[in-house]
Design a protein around this ligand. Sequence first.
Ligand code: KIV
Ligand code: ZN
Length: 508
Amino acid sequence: MARRIRIFDTTLRDGEQSPGCSMNLHDKLAVAEQLEKLGVDIIEAGFAISSPGDFQAVQAIARTVKNCTVASLARSLEKDIDCAWNAVKDAANPRIHLFLATSPIHMEYKLRKTPDEVYEQAVKMVKYARNLCGDIEFSCEDASRSDPAFLYRILEGVIAAGASTVNIPDTVGYAVPDEFSQMIKGIKNNVPNIDKAVISVHCHNDLGLAVANSLAAAMAGADQIECTLNGIGERAGNAALEEIVMNMYTRQEFYQMTTGINTNQIYPASRRLIQATGVKCQPNKAVVGENAFAHESGIHQHGVLANRATYEVMTPESVGVPHNKMVLGKHSGRHAFEERLFYLGYHVDEEKLNALFEEFKVLADKKKTVSDKDIEALVTGTRGIIPETYTLDRFVINSGSSITSTSAVRLISKDGIALEKVAIGDGPIDASFNAIDKIVRMDTTLEDFTLSTVDGGTDAQGEAYVRISRDGRSYNGMGVSTDIVEAGVKAYISAINAMIYETTNHNS
Ligand code: KIV
Ligand code: ZN
């Protein structure tokens, strides 16, 4: 009988903490909804005390998601625990996730506490949290570099104090599978009350072993795995959810484990995250990378045509990669477009469908065929969720190899006022961004700008991602157009709109 492993997703906390992966409230909610569809057991929605924006996101997710436990991270401090509880308390199933470091190096240099002091604090804070919330998880930060005897002692203490899940993180990605598996077995054999708690693991990927360590730990008896979509996370990232799940699914006979994941929602979830953060996966990324199901060599193609199992251990359909059979173009009707949207996992209301269909028609006039990726780009390009303080009316650029680029941009403010400025710059994008800066007059820093094509071909759409920052917070924007400068300009305006919306409405 297969053992059921709980999937604890920390894309919106550990994942979001990684550079370039910050998301606004609406994107976080959209990712959380996708995680619910995916069937994860627990969503770690954020670290409530870390910023008002994080608190708001955790609270909004707690109030929206119904079928998963919603957790907030908290240091082992009363103020953190109170804040985490306030953020999650409206959830159908709330959880507070406390952590405290247990390794000698962290206790001495970071906490400046003795092991006894750490033990006392952990037990006291778990008791405190347990008085607020019925579901407490406690993490021994840097567990893999901790003294096993101390680990057993503190785990016994926090379980007695009310922790129902104890997490064993490989915080710095230092463990190797055999050793980590021994550590889990050691905990099972040496913590007297371990049967009162679920053992969880949380592995980082610094040496590329996060997934292997997580699976080894599950084989040794861990019942919960913490992971992120696309493996995003601090430094080299966290264990990738899709790899863990598809290992168990594809090698059932070996692992004898199942999860509650709807595997056909893996690819849509991965795409949704990429759209929210602008951070793409490497092409050869297992399960969700562009090339994960591509067969280039003739021998492989021949094999796959004869029988896909010759070179594929899982099917693209099993993870929800859409097969690109239906090509849409300018003669495609609204019904075909709607069906394709549905197939790609987008359920939009009538009003949004009409708006998208209009955009689709405009695009189909410019491009011979409209691919699934074009459609995805359309959906996320027409976000319609963040109110647009500024919209692009028009722009004119003058650029070439031997002249200074100039751009005249006209934006329409939300009150319907046309605002136009001209600026010079180092190329048409820089000139256009400078013109927009003159209009909006906000002191922002451009942190990142990436431009890629949605699909191949010279008529391909350009997809631009922009990240700007102000007062230590980052805001993302995305724009799509067959004109690459327009894509960049739209992305810049959408980042500015996100910043205005977040700072004025959410005080974050
Ligand atoms: O990596 C880590 O140790 C963590 C803990 C806070 C769970 O993210
Ligand atoms: Zn972590």
